[in-house]
Ligand binder design. Structure first.
Ligand code: PLP
Length: 432
């Protein structure tokens, strides 16, 4: 499609957009009495209007039923999480028995590493991406520390980072595959962010998973920036495990509950250790308070505690919305609106003779709903200008803004208007 940088053209795209009406489903903050252009759904998604009723329902049931709510609520709490299995499994491409919701993301990755990172003296290395999200880096380091005292392994020999080539912003899949080959028999685990949080690069999860498993390692994915954003076929890709948070593209509120995937290949494997708790115990026998742990068959068997219903409620509201719309429609709009934003950036770049550099891959299969833009020569003051003018973006040192035109609630008109505000901001600054 040939794009145009005009309001009329943007409005025309909006009028053809089947998801346009879903903006109405969300609550937008206001700046100067006008709803903001929200580009940070990759960090904290907007609140869906329906969420409050899901939370109110739990509050009301708690008020009216107290302890009886476990069994007699409108959605009984004791198996509340089971309502996620169907819709969530569709979002991540899994069997219902392969997904569960619990805890928060880093906690879940730690718990999954308990099962899937079982280093020995000869096979102990972890492959991850260079400059992984800090929480992931701390997790890797502390996991290695945890095992080092009996294995005598050293951090610097254990964590193998895939580097970017000199002068390149993204990691080449061929370099990941070559590193996997090179580490070979010593490789215990590959664990990478499916979508890089900084650049928005989407990894070829299918190919990397197969390559890691071929040398005898487990392969897991941190899907913080992938769930609800990109096409996932975790079951078919034979991914061993994965986890994601629900507050980014999944719009379920600050710090909210995580989701996990554990491939059915592992559901019967009693060799895999796990940290157990009563919510992972055989459901029929849970309240018999038996001494021996008998795990639920499936991902639910990794649950530990009874679930925080007040945080699952907004997550359930969000998953229902995704289920109504479906990932196909989301991905279709995502590709078009991201390309439109890319076009707008290029046009403005020409008009103001600036030098933006989009560091996110340009190929649609290698990116989701995010463009990371290096603003050569434009400082943080531009970001502040955007904020004051109702454009919420996210600033990363040294000078990158990340823009996520989330398909559920951003419009083509937003992209056009953003371009105009950006242009004015740059020109104003030059006049000072
Ligand atoms: C957002 C994000 C996290 C956040 O972890 P929490 O445990 O939810 O605080 C972790 N890893 C990646 C890659 C992220 O993008």
């Amino acid at each position: 499609m040939i794009f145009e940088n005009t309001l009329e053209f943007a409005r025309q795209l909006d009028s053809q957009d089947l998801l346009n009406k879903y903006q109405e489903e969300f609550i937008f903050p206001q700046v100067n009495g006008k709803k903001v252009i929200y580009f940070t759904g990759n960090s904290l998604g907007l609140q869906p209007k329906r969420t409050k009723s899901y939370v109110d329902e739990v509050m009301d049931d708690w008020a009216n039923l107290a302890v009886e709510g476990h069994f007699y609520s409108q959605k009984p709490w004791w198996d509340y999480h089971e309502r996620f299995a169907q819709p969530l499994s569709k979002i991540v491409g899994a069997l219902p028995s392969e997904v569960t919701v619990m805890n928060t993301l880093t906690v879940n990755l730690h718990l999954l590493m308990v099962s899937f990172y079982r280093p020995t003296k000869s096979r102990y290395k972890i492959i991850c991406e260079e400059k992984a999200f800090p929480s992931d880096q701390y997790m890797f380091q502390s996991q290695v520390d945890f095992h080092s005292h009996y294995l005598g392994i050293k951090l610097e020999d254990t964590i193998v980072e895939i580097k970017r080539r000199e002068g390149e912003h993204n990691i080449r899949v061929e370099d990941v595959l070559a590193k996997i080959e090179e580490v070979g028999d010593e490789l215990a685990l590959v664990l990478i962010g499916g979508v890089n949080y900084y650049t928005g690069q989407v990894f070829d999860m299918k190919t990397i998973t197969a390559a890691g498993q071929k040398v005898g390692a487990y392969v897991g994915w941190d899907l913080a920036h992938a769930a609800g954003n990109v096409r996932l076929e975790l079951h078919d890709w034979n991914v061993d495990f994965a986890a994601w948070c629900s507050y980014k593209y999944m719009n379920s509120g600050p710090g909210n509950a995580s989701g996990c995937f554990i491939h059915e290949n592992h559901h019967n494997n009693s060799e895999l250790p796990r940290f157990a708790g009563w919510w992972g115990h055989n459901k029929e026998r849970r309240f018999k308070m038996e001494q021996t742990f008998d795990p639920i068959h499936g991902a639910d068997g990794w649950q530990i505690s009874n679930l925080p219903i007040l945080s699952l409620a907004p997550y359930l509201a969000s998953v229902a919305l995704f289920d109504e719309i479906g990932m196909d429609a989301i991905i279709q709009k995502r590709d078009r609106i991201t390309s439109y934003l890319e076009f707008i950036l290029q046009e403005i770049d020409k008009e103001v003779d600036s030098s933006f550099e989009i560091i996110t891959p340009s190929h649609v299969l290698e990116r989701g709903s995010q463009l990371s833009v290096l603003l050569h020569g434009e400082g943080r003051s531009l970001f502040d200008y955007l904020m004051k003018n109702g454009v919420i973006t996210d600033w990363r040192e040294p000078n990158v803004i990340r823009l996520a035109p989330v398909p559920l609630y951003t419009s083509y008109t937003d992209m056009y208007e953003f371009g105009q505000i950006l242009k004015t901001g740059i020109l104003n600054k030059r006049q000072l």
